[in-house]
Design a binder for this molecule. Structure first.
Ligand SMILES: Cc1cc2nc3c(=O)[nH]c(=O)nc-3n(C[C@H](O)[C@H](O)[C@H](O)COP(=O)(O)O)c2cc1C
Length: 161
């Protein structure tokens, strides 16, 4: 028997994750980005990752156009950035308020995030309401800092114990 959407969402709240901002750039649509927790490593050789993006998201349209994207892992002080890229402000404001520079593919790398993976699109699959987008890593940039976490619908930080 199918599980209701509410029960499914409630169950998924028990999955703790980091928080990323997925960005892209195309000449036609400019810079775009959105907050994404549905991110996973896929393959070591060749290095590949995936993100799951709602088919109503503008950034998904941008990735279809550019065929490239970057995954930026937010630091513990970037709750505001997460909220802005989750629809709290316009695409223009998101990038005006957040330091970034173009990566190898042209996708924006958020320079205050703790890690950025710059990718080209390998494959894209439809799965219900979302697109599963697999990216081949073209560049990986690691920076200092602690990660922002998301659990039970709230932002969290690592605890020392
Ligand atoms: C913590 C958090 C995690 C999110 N994770 C995802 C995700 O994994 N996939 C997704 O499609 N939307 C996710 N969203 C929602 C999008 O960030 C939001 O709908 C976004 O504004 C849509 O992108 P757009 O501005 O390009 O249309 C998340 C939002 C928050 C606050």
């Amino acid at each position: 028997m199918a599980v209701s959407a509410d029960d499914f969402k409630q169950a998924l709240q028990l999955w703790a994750s980091g928080v990323t901002v997925v960005t892209t750039y195309s000449e036609k649509l400019g810079v775009q980005g959105m907050t994404v927790t549905a991110f996973s490593s896929v393959s070591i050789d060749p290095p590949q990752i995936l993100v799951c993006i709602n088919d109503s998201a503008d950034t998904g349209v941008g990735i279809e156009e550019s065929r490239c994207f970057a995954v930026n892992v937010l630091n513990a002080d970037q709750q505001d950035v997460s909220n802005q890229f989750a629809g709290g402000s316009s695409q223009q404001q998101r990038f005006d308020n957040t330091p970034w520079q173009p990566g190898t593919t042209g996708a924006p790398l958020l320079t205050e995030s703790i890690m950025s993976l710059d990718c080209t699109v390998v494959e894209k699959f439809r799965a219900g309401t979302h697109w599963i987008i697999i990216g081949a890593i073209q560049d990986a940039v690691c920076r200092s800092g602690e990660p922002l976490l998301y659990y039970r619908g709230a932002y969290r930080q690592l605890a020392d114990n």
